[in-house]
Design a protein around this ligand. Sequence first.
Ligand code: NDP
Length: 332
Amino acid sequence: MRNKSIVFVKRPEGMPSSENFLLQEEKVPTISSEEILLQLVYVSVDPYIRGRMNDVKSYVPPFEVGEAMKSGAVAKIIESKNDNFSVGSHLYGMLDWKVFQVSDGSGLFPIPEGLAPLSSYLGVLGVTGLTAYFGLLEIGKPKENETLVVSGAAGAVGLTVSQIGKIKGCRVVGIAGSDEKVQKLKKKFGLDEAINYKKSKNLVKEIKDSCPNGVDIYFDNVGGGVSDAVIFNSNNFCRIPVCGAISQYNETKLSHGPRINPFIISRRLKMQGFIVFDYADKYLEAQMQLGKWMKEGKISLEETVIDGFDNIPNAFLGLFDGKNMGKMVVKI
Ligand code: NDP
């Protein structure tokens, strides 16, 4: 049996491509005392991975050229020399893009068998769900009948934010990048309105028409021109959880948008960035609530599943073309 790994071989400038990664074959590693051998089952691909490909200081260290890529993943224990971990059970956490890998279990979390689909620990019950939950509830502070606008609404975080917004009684307006996504947001997920930003000739006006009472909360996943248009429609005291800025991740020069500072002052907007780790001490409480909403059918697990270890880089690159609806995961 051979092992496979995907190594980071070149830092991208602008949009990443398959040239940044190398698929390698190697020997399956052996384990020592207190160690376990893991086999990947699902790998999460996420926009923040792009940030780690740059050699800059951030809230997580950059990837090192020559080393295996890493991301959130679910793995099965196939051999164990550690009494705390039994063969056949599953763990999730940050793992290398290596089909087989050795671990001592630190930094990994056990998955209770049979409670929820394994991939949901990378989606609604994982970082995605927690990001949506804390960003919206702790910073957005939604109240019944308020208007919530979500950018990246058909993506993993945005779709969960939109559904929690509906649970909290908001009028929810989603912004996404295709007619198919817009239809699904309205028909399957019950959003009140949805806008295709790629087709829009006048996004400011379309948002105004979709939000007759203005915008009370803007959950920002994308930044750039979409956010400028939403902020233009903000009400006084609008709350803006700034979650991500995917429209900027591949820019090689700083772009200049309309300056939003005058709006921030005159409308007393509250804009706050956050990283999901800020709420680490409340993860369990949030996972219980998200799991309950999933069980009650109030939050659906929407996924785009790509097959095969070798396709992890393509799945990641597809995020920048909007190839996913809901959470993008790779089934190994
Ligand atoms: P998604 O599942 O939303 O995938 C990315 C989506 O972004 C694509 O499907 C695409 O949808 C959209 N997109 C791609 N390029 C652009 C662009 N140029 N302009 C506008 N939209 C674009 O990813 P996640 O839900 O995992 O992440 C969403 C955001 O949240 C990201 O910015 C990410 O970095 C951030 N994040 C932040 C965290 C935090 O702790 N603060 C934690 C996790 C994620 P479309 O077809 O609509 O264009």
